[in-house]
Design a binder for this molecule. Structure first.
Ligand code: ZN
Length: 244
């Protein structure tokens, strides 16, 4: 089975379309999303509709939760809060119901999915280093879990011959054949924050036991114009060009 894994789309429809085009080229069988479909960008309904159309399995991110009143906005910075308020006004009650129904985690045959950590998904904690991954790796029912939230790709693994030590896997290609457990942040489709403005996503081939994190260019200018025209804070458009 070939999985295409993406997340932190943040209402960026141009970036989402570009990633789904790459999934088609790869012959992806199933699309999984690590959450934050909405928030920041100007095309929330379009992104929800496209994910539903392709039958993606999606977990709930903190911005998704905030847009359906499940989170205190005090947790968000000014720009994020403005975007959440704007997004709430755009969504139909049917779209809100879809967001509200999203699960916090998914356990599939070959992998699991969460937004922040796997072991405490409702806290939306960040996985940015080895220590953040320990508790999730202890609890995983499957060999690999895909997460998002920090908008920075990273892979944390425990090898078969050294299962008590968690280490960072270098490079964008992760060979899972000698890995006991892995927690992989697939980066962000719609608002990367690792100084690379291209949309990030992962391809997981369960037969080959291989994950590759890739990037694809999209029309940032178009998406930035959409954000400015919507009256959202201009910084949310500007940051897309820099990947910050
Ligand atoms: Zn996010």
């Amino acid at each position: 089975m070939k999985y295409g894994i993406l997340g932190d789309i943040h209402s960026n429809i141009s970036a989402l379309r570009a990633v789904l085009e790459r999934f088609r080229n790869h012959g992806v069988d199933r699309v999984l999303s690590v959450g934050d479909v909405v928030g920041y960008g100007a095309a929330p309904s379009e992104c929800i509709a496209l994910l539903r159309e392709i039958g993606a399995r999606v977990v709930k991110g903190n911005h998704d939760a905030a847009c359906v009143n499940e989170m205190d906005l005090a947790y968000f910075n000014t720009y994020a809060r403005t975007a959440v308020t704007w997004t709430r006004a755009q969504l139909s009650s049917e779209e809100c119901a879809w967001l509200a129904r999203l699960p916090l985690t998914l356990d599939l045959e070959d992998c699991s999915v969460a937004h922040g950590t796997y072991h405490r998904p409702e806290r939306f904690d960040y996985v940015q280093g080895e220590s953040d991954a320990e508790a999730s790796l202890d609890r995983l029912p499957t060999p690999v879990c895909f997460v998002g939230h920090s908008h920075v790709p990273i892979a944390l693994v425990r090898l078969e011959d050294d299962p008590l030590r968690t280490a960072r896997a270098e490079g964008s290609e992760i060979d899972l054949s000698d890995v006991r457990r892995a927690l992989i942040n697939v980066g962000s489709v719609g608002q990367p924050r690792d100084d690379d403005p291209r949309a990030a996503y992962a391809i997981f081939d369960s037969e080959e036991q291989r994950v590759v994190i890739e990037r694809v260019r999209y029309d940032i200018e178009l998406e930035a114009r959409r954000i400015r025209a919507a009256g959202l804070p201009p910084v949310l458009a500007d940051r897309l060009f820099h990947g910050v």
